[in-house]
Design a protein around this ligand. Structure first.
Ligand SMILES: Cc1ncc(COP(=O)(O)O)c(C=O)c1O
Length: 400
């Protein structure tokens, strides 16, 4: 379009836009902010709408930067496809709907899951007519019994649970789910594909809060579901209607995070092993939960299932005989380790589950799960392990 003879109003709107199609390829994925897409012929646009040719029509239906992140996740999770969402919670919700959870159906879920996942099931889906049975996911016989009783649409677990770091026997759960006609949804947020790829062990859906290790820098909120092609197609069709899409800026940040995921995870795992081993020796600490410790109830299972590269960056422990205010004093005294409500960042972070991640879970349920007043969750960052230990030591002295 010639702009020289147009008004400044028109020039301001169209100047610089839609130059010739490039014959070069950018090395790194650009951020495509455009919401709409043009084709030379309307028939092409029509064909894209109809799904007869690849392309983009409208960002809620898909966009190039988001596709790049999805394709990277499909590769990392060894999946046919992956579908990105605006948060981990949106991804979990989508996977539950994809698994066929509807009014009248049942979900069998690990009781020890992220508090919002627990609440989504109980308070979000419960009133819509979905029955939820919470189980001890480490008791495979119990899961088997409940699945036989309920014939659920879905079985849901975290590969490493938040915040008690229990490890789920995904191959055994996959057998149980398959025999019971249920889809198995595995939240792989804590392990990441660096340690474990649930689809290779029989899971039907892998979900992530990409806000955590995948993004890795505490600056992006995102979620993703990786699964088979037909399931992914169904998720995309529903996403067009529900609209919990990932934005292009966020997809770009998440994609950038993936590039250093293995490097960061290597350091997270090494640091967490050192920090957890040190915590065990501290008189002010009891019940150190870390799958890399030989005393962990599922250490053998984790060693068998995981890639051999470590046991993740998450640790939790109880401050001995501590009240909430003791733990708050400990957390406030930390200088390097930040008391921030997230995990999986390059920074070391602590969180008090009883007042944050599990705030909306009743005190009775928290107590039954083992989330007591003294429990601290620690996301071990990629700083020098000795510096993390030094900071924990000086803060623990206050409550010893
Ligand atoms: C294991 C796990 N899954 C899912 C979520 C939810 O993710 P998001 O906060 O990105 O919605 C979280 C959040 O902390 C989590 O820890």
């Amino acid at each position: 379009m010639i702009l020289e003879d147009k008004s400044i109003f028109t020039q301001a709107v169209h100047g610089g836009e839609r130059g010739p199609r490039p014959d070069f390829t950018p090395v790194s994925t650009p951020i495509s902010h455009s919401v709409g897409y043009l084709y030379d012929e309307m028939a092409d646009l029509d064909a894209v709408f109809a799904g007869e040719r690849a392309g983009y029509v409208y960002t809620r239906y898909g966009s190039p930067t988001v596709t790049a992140f999805e394709q990277a996740m499909a590769v990392l999770e060894d999946a046919d496809d992956a579908v990105a969402f605006s948060s981990g919670m949106a991804a979990i919700h989508a996977a539950l709907l994809g698994a066929g959870v509807r009014a009248g159906s049942t979900v069998v879920s690990a009781a020890d899951v992220y508090g919002a996942t627990y609440s989504l099931l109980e308070k979000g889906l419960g009133p819509l007519g979905v029955k939820v049975r919470f189980v001890n996911i480490t008791d495979v016989d119990q899961v088997q019994r409940v699945v036989s009783e309920e014939q659920p649409a879905a079985v849901l677990c975290e590969i490493i649970s938040n915040p008690l770091l229990k490890v789920a026997d995904v191959p055994a759960l996959a057998d149980i789910a398959r025999a019971g006609g249920a889809a198995l949804i595995v939240d792989n947020t804590f392990a990441t594909p660096y340690l474990f790829r649930p689809l290779e062990h029989g899971a039907d859906y892998v979900v992530h809060s990409a806000t955590k290790y995948l993004g890795g820098h505490g600056d992006v909120m995102a979620g993703v579901v990786a699964c088979g092609a037909a399931r992914a197609q169904e998720l995309r069709e529903r996403q067009k209607l529900l609209g919990a899409n990932l934005g292009p800026q966020e997809a770009w940040l998440a994609l950038r995070g993936l590039k250093t995921l293995p490097l960061r995870m290597r350091q997270h795992c090494a640091n967490a092993q050192v920090v957890a081993s040190w915590l065990v020796t501290q008189p002010a600490v009891v019940h150190v939960n870390y799958p890399g410790l030989t005393g962990h109830a599922q250490h053998g299972l984790a060693a068998r299932l995981f890639s051999g590269r470590g046991y993740g960056g998450m640790v939790s422990f109880d401050v001995r005989n501590a009240t909430q205010s003791d733990v708050f004093r400990f957390m406030e005294a930390l200088e390097l380790v930040l008391p921030a409500t997230t995990l999986g960042d390059v920074y070391s972070l602590t969180l008090y589950p009883a007042h944050s991640s599990h705030r909306y879970v009743t005190p009775e349920v928290r107590a039954a799960l083992g989330i007591g007043d003294g429990l601290v969750r620690l996301s071990v960052g990629i700083e020098e392990a000795e510096d993390i230990i030094g900071d924990l030591a000086q803060a623990l002295e206050l409550v010893a």
